[in-house]
Design a protein around this ligand. Structure first.
Ligand SMILES: Cc1cc2nc3c(=O)[nH]c(=O)nc-3n(C[C@H](O)[C@H](O)[C@H](O)COP(=O)(O)OP(=O)(O)OC[C@H]3O[C@@H](n4cnc5c(N)ncnc54)[C@H](O)[C@@H]3O)c2cc1C
Length: 364
């Protein structure tokens, strides 16, 4: 991921060593949420904008996601949730949120999250908006249900979008402990249970104007969507990298019999490098091309599935043990494929790209 200061790499390595590696198994099998790891990243300045160009900051944050995903994809997803929250605050014109909440989130004192899957699917024509808003004195009243919001805990803030009766779409940041929010922890998943995921029921919640990120949420979503998706891509890169490494470790087993398998580490590595280069090209532009970003995210999702599957074949029965790393990565990778924008959503974006203009929808 571009050129990074040695100090950044070494700080991150130490935090991973101390705050993540010892907990990976617990994250996977006991739904343990590695909150302390995220906080330490913030304390070390790894989410800070100070003294960095936008490209430097993004490269550093992408590196954090990738290195985290090499060790634990579930926790890398939590890092992404925080980065999505940061993206909303960095992009808003609301000076209260920008001046008060953003510095606390960049320092890791407060962690961020995102409830934007449903709006992203709504803007892509996949489903209707689940949250409704009613204008009232000094703000809005939100109601409705979001089935899954991750990286949540007391004191965390998350971004949501709701539509008013007259069709205005409001995006706001909301604290997890806000009055009227009924939450239920969800740990019934095939993997990623350590992602602190909750269903969130909004029972007429008062949202003061100070929490509103934008009253033109559709435009705001278009503005933040490249960063929203770009930050997801290294989740896949990390899992692919770790899968390649696990294949290389067992190369000599059974007299090198793995060389006869159809998928080899070299092929995966070359595809990974190609995707990394394409991402760097997009990062070099002031405004990345949305369709290309969506294409890179789609190809990364497919390559991630290829890589975890190949690692299962290379590792044989040792990889089939319930708690081993290849099996964990295989389960986690299916969440990457089904994280909004999901593979089917991204395929629709690519499909819309290939249609004649008057057939194109407003897919995002
Ligand atoms: C572990 C986890 C964490 C997530 N964290 C977040 C988050 O932080 N923020 C966020 O906004 N979104 C989050 N999501 C949602 C995620 O981003 C995707 O939107 C979701 O995984 C899949 O979306 P989908 O497009 O397949 O549609 P779905 O939402 O799965 O719906 C597709 C269709 O399946 C139906 N359906 C859904 N569940 C079931 C079921 N159990 N049985 C039968 N039918 C069903 C729906 O009614 C719908 O018709 C999370 C999901 C998971 C699994």
């Amino acid at each position: 991921m571009g050129e990074l200061a040695l100090e950044t790499r070494s700080n991150l390595e130490k935090i991973i060593e101390k705050e993540l590696i010892p907990y990976v198994r617990k994250v996977d099998s006991e739904a343990f949420y590695a909150k302390n790891y995220l906080k330490k990243l913030g304390e070390a300045g790894l989410f800070s904008s100070a003294g960095k160009s936008q490209r430097e900051r993004m490269n550093e944050e992408l590196f954090v996601v990738e290195e985290t995903a090499k060790v634990c994809m579930t926790t890398a997803f939590c890092v992404w949730c925080h980065l999505a929250g940061l993206t909303y605050l960095r992009s808003t014109d609301n000076s209260v949120l920008k001046n008060k909440l953003l510095p606390l989130m960049e320092a890791g004192e407060i962690l961020g999250a995102t409830g934007l899957s449903n709006p992203m699917k709504y803007y892509a024509g996949l489903e209707d908006l689940r949250l409704h808003a009613r204008q009232t004195k000094g703000g809005y009243i939100f109601s409705g249900v979001l089935p899954a919001v991750s990286n949540l805990c007391q004191g965390h803030w998350f971004g949501v979008i709701a539509r008013t009766e007259n069709g205005k779409e409001i995006m706001a940041m909301i604290p997890f402990g806000v009055e009227g929010l009924i939450t239920k922890e969800r740990t019934e998943f095939f993997a990623a249970n350590g992602s602190a995921t909750y269903s969130c029921q909004f029972n007429d919640i008062f949202i003061p104007s100070e929490w509103v990120l934008s009253e033109k949420a559709a435009d705001f979503a278009v503005q933040i969507r490249p960063a929203f998706v770009i930050y997801q891509i290294p989740i896949g890169f990390g899992v692919i990298g770790a899968s390649i490494e696990s294949m290389e470790k067992v190369r000599q087993r059974q007299n090198g019999c793995n060389q006869f398998l159809q998928k080899q580490p070299e092929e995966l590595r070359s595809a990974l490098e190609n995707l990394k280069q394409r991402l760097q090209t997009q990062l070099s532009y002031e405004k990345p091309d949305w369709k290309e970003v969506a294409g890179i995210r789609l190809e990364t999702a497919y390559l991630t599935l290829d890589a975890v599957q190949a690692a299962m074949l290379h590792n044989g029965s040792a990889g089939y043990l319930r708690n081993c790393d290849p099996a964990r990565r295989l389960r986690e990778a299916y969440f990457f494929a089904n994280l909004t924008p999901t593979i089917k959503h991204l395929e629709k974006v690519q499909g819309d790209r290939n249609r004649v203009p008057d057939q194109q929808s407003q897919s995002i």
